[in-house]
Ligand binder design. Structure first.
Ligand SMILES: Cc1cc2nc3c(=O)[nH]c(=O)nc-3n(C[C@H](O)[C@H](O)[C@H](O)COP(=O)(O)OP(=O)(O)OC[C@H]3O[C@@H](n4cnc5c(N)ncnc54)[C@H](O)[C@@H]3O)c2cc1C
Length: 377
């Protein structure tokens, strides 16, 4: 199919929506984006992009721009909550021949994706109210009263997708019983800074974890997850027996606003039997969000965008393309989902046993988690 003359609306200007708008415009379609927020995000935390995410960014033609703003992460270190190292992974080697692993501020990634839109317009501050499909196309009306017709509507509107609610008769969101908190902290002075500068580093507690990733400009991206208590335990309580750098980073957090500087959310996944209805397709988190413990959300969203444009190019109709797309994407997103479950199960082991297992075979487990993702999507 040729893209010229095909009209596509992308609902959601996040990672998946912006990437898809770029690949579909590249295919030749007329594309527009509907975004609920009134403006691009002015602040955020960090994001870690494993090798397959960076390879996909290269395919999108945006890899160099992202790399310029990012820290090249070379090692992943896993330790117990006292800081005793359980195993190290050389991620340059793990992703050799695929792509570097990068970490950067989320706002920088967003800026690069927005810059990659060329002439695709974004209608900020708008959201769908009604989506009706018929054999000839899709009619979408916004809350703001604007109605238009499209050949394809993409729901790229995240875990709590409105497109999914309006078109798919199912509630696909599953809470995972975890609560995640993220903040940015100063990276600190040497020697800690040198030691951590290119290392993704996690401390594992009992039912909780604390992760640091350098993202450049003297910032560390800190991520902590723990049980979903009501109300959630204060970070100081949850992490009271953690070794440095945790207490130092919590002190630093106090100086930059404490709880008000923390982005907190419960961890959820999205599981659906099918991602499409006539003329409507869900992509990114709206279709297949998982726990972030594999850091594959952005990679899957970029790959969705690439595979969708390829599927449209080789199919004779939108319907055929959506079926081919799903056949190709399913095994990969299912794999990621299964690995996130595997990793979550390991959290339930008694820490002493978990530590023995991870010391022995931690590196092998990480390799097996990511091995199939080295292949092209
Ligand atoms: C705590 C945490 C840490 C994570 N860390 C990483 C990581 O390090 N690496 C990684 O790769 N992934 C990570 N992820 C996952 C990653 O953030 C997501 O997979 C990714 O953001 C998905 O992109 P998306 O565009 O599908 O959804 P979103 O990023 O949620 O974007 C959806 C967009 O749609 C808009 N929208 C929503 N509703 C509407 C509506 N009704 N109308 C119009 N627009 C709408 C939103 O405003 C937003 O702009 C993490 C996730 C969590 C929860």
């Amino acid at each position: 199919m040729r893209g010229a003359g095909v009209r596509i609306l992308v609902v959601g200007g996040g990672i998946a929506g912006l990437a898809a708008a770029r690949t579909l415009r590249g295919w030749g379609a007329t594309v527009e984006i509907l975004e609920r927020q009134a403006a691009p995000p002015g602040e955020g935390t960090g994001i870690y992009l494993p090798g397959n995410a960076v390879r996909a960014l290269d395919t999108l033609g945006l890899g160099a721009q992202v790399a310029e703003r990012a820290v090249h992460i070379r090692r992943q270190r896993t330790a117990d909550h006292r800081g005793r190292v359980l195993f190290d992974v050389d991620v340059d080697e793990l992703w050799d021949g695929v792509g570097a692993c990068l970490a950067l501020p989320r706002t920088d990634l967003h800026r690069v994706l927005l810059g990659g839109l060329d002439d695709v317009p974004i209608r900020w501050g708008q959201t769908p109210a009604l989506v009706a499909t018929d054999g000839a196309g899709v009619t979408l009306q916004t809350e703001e009263g604007h109605t238009d017709r499209y050949d394809l509507v993409l729901g790229a509107d995240g875990v709590h997708s409105t497109v999914r609610r309006l078109v798919f008769d199912t509630d696909a969101v599953r809470p995972l019983g975890q609560y995640a908190r993220r903040f940015l902290a100063p990276a600190g002075e040497p020697p800690h800074h040198d030691d951590r500068s290119a290392t993704w580093s996690v401390l594992l507690g009992s039912g909780s974890a604390f992760l640091t990733i350098p993202i450049g400009n003297g910032h560390l991206y800190c991520y902590c997850d723990g049980p979903l208590d009501d109300p959630p335990a204060p970070l100081r309580d949850l992490l009271s027996d953690y070794a440095d750098p945790v207490p130092t980073l919590l002190d630093a957090l106090d100086t930059i606003g404490g709880a008000s500087a923390v982005h907190a959310a419960q961890v959820e996944e999205v599981v659906l039997d099918s991602w499409s209805r006539t003329g409507v397709l869900l992509i990114g988190d709206a279709a297949h969000a998982t726990s972030p413990n594999m850091a594959q959300g952005a990679a899957m969203a970029f790959e969705d965008a690439i595979v969708l444009a390829e599927s449209l190019t080789t199919a004779d109709s939108v319907t055929e393309a959506l079926a081919a797309y799903e056949r190709r994407r399913r095994p990969r997103t299912d794999w990621v989902l299964a690995q996130t479950h595997r990793r979550d199960r390991a959290r339930t082991l008694p820490p002493a046993l978990r530590n023995i297992v991870l010391r022995r075979i931690g590196r092998r487990i990480v390799r097996s988690n990511y091995l199939p993702l080295r292949a092209q999507p």
